[in-house]
Design a protein around this ligand. Structure first.
Ligand SMILES: [Zn+2]
Ligand SMILES: [Zn+2]
Length: 302
């Protein structure tokens, strides 16, 4: 399993000299996903050498400009550069209407299939699944409808220990049963699955919280992930602003990470009022030690 997350933009609201607005590129076992696409994402993708024609799916959390205004430009460039491969965009229902209208008035014709999948569920829901990975959306609490995304590696078949095949003279059907996780019952013996298989490698998981105010249920949605990206727009001393704009503080993000028992917390979507992130980091670390404040271009490999 390979997993690489690239932070394409780590800021909030408006792009600045040092931070682009929100976007992330995820290569999860050769599935190439873009998560949010704020203004300027296309240029940032070029800067960080992400081949955007190879994207398979784009996930848009909500329709605030800093999360989707780069989409028209990116899709137009894909078309101009001769894309033919299908692309699927997951996002709020109105996104399809918005984009289709833009392309209609500009008489843009795509040579590739552009499929829209509407997010709308009020509970966690699987929105993409193949043999290797699964993507779920979950509703968060923001000023407008907004969803986070969780990416999970699918449970793998077990690896049978070759020396045990030999030792117990396992037949083909028995090997297949062991791979499925079953025990083997014979007339005179009982072979437990754990004795016949090699240790499993832990499954990889990632969650993206989108823009949200603090709410307890978030910890259920992102429970136990290896890597959690959580917005930390404000410091606790500006919690009145966080409340008014339905964003989180660094302390609140860390509280979620702690109660969800995640391994690593990434913070982003910082308000431009903070010239550096040291205070945000120390505030979060007072609750959850394994925290990093991300910058554009950062890469995380699992
Ligand atoms: Zn935002
Ligand atoms: Zn927002």
């Amino acid at each position: 399993m390979s997993f690489k997350l690239t932070i394409i933009g780590s800021g909030s609201a408006v792009p600045t000299q040092t931070r682009g607005v929100t976007s992330q590129f995820l290569n999860f076992n050769e599935r190439r996903f873009l998560i949010d696409c704020g203004e300027g994402t296309q240029l940032q993708l070029r800067k960080y050498k992400v081949k955007f024609q190879r994207l398979q799916c784009i996930f848009i959390s909500h329709l605030h400009g800093d999360h989707y205004l780069g989409l028209v430009g990116l899709l137009s460039s894909m078309s101009l550069l001769g894309r033919t491969k299908k692309l699927t965009v997951y996002g709020p229902e109105e996104l399809e209407e918005l984009l289709r209208f833009q392309f209609k008035v500009a008489k843009v014709h795509f040579n590739f299939e552009l499929e829209f999948v509407h997010l709308g569920a009020s509970e966690m829901q699987v929105i993409y699944e193949d043999k290797v990975i699964k993507v779920s959306s979950f509703p968060v609490k923001h000023r407008i409808d907004c969803w986070g995304f969780r990416f999970d590696e699918q449970p793998k078949e077990k690896n049978v220990n070759p020396s045990k095949i030999e030792e117990h003279q396992l037949k083909l059907e028995e090997i297949l049963a062991v791979k499925r996780g079953e025990d083997i019952t014979r007339e005179a013996s009982y072979l437990r699955n754990e004795e016949l298989t090699l240790p499993e490698t832990p499954l990889v998981s990632y969650a993206y919280s989108a823009d949200t105010k603090y709410f307890d249920k978030m910890a259920d949605y992102v429970q136990g992930v290896n890597l959690l990206y959580h917005e930390a727009t404000f410091l606790e001393k500006h919690s009145d602003r966080a409340k008014a704009t339905m964003h989180s503080t660094a302390l609140q993000a860390a509280t979620i990470a702690k109660s969800a028992k995640v391994k690593q917390l990434l913070l982003g979507h910082f308000s431009a009022r903070y010239k550096d992130t040291s205070e945000l980091l120390s505030e979060a670390k007072s609750v959850f030690e394994h925290t990093i404040c991300v910058n554009d271009g950062d890469e995380f490999i699992l």
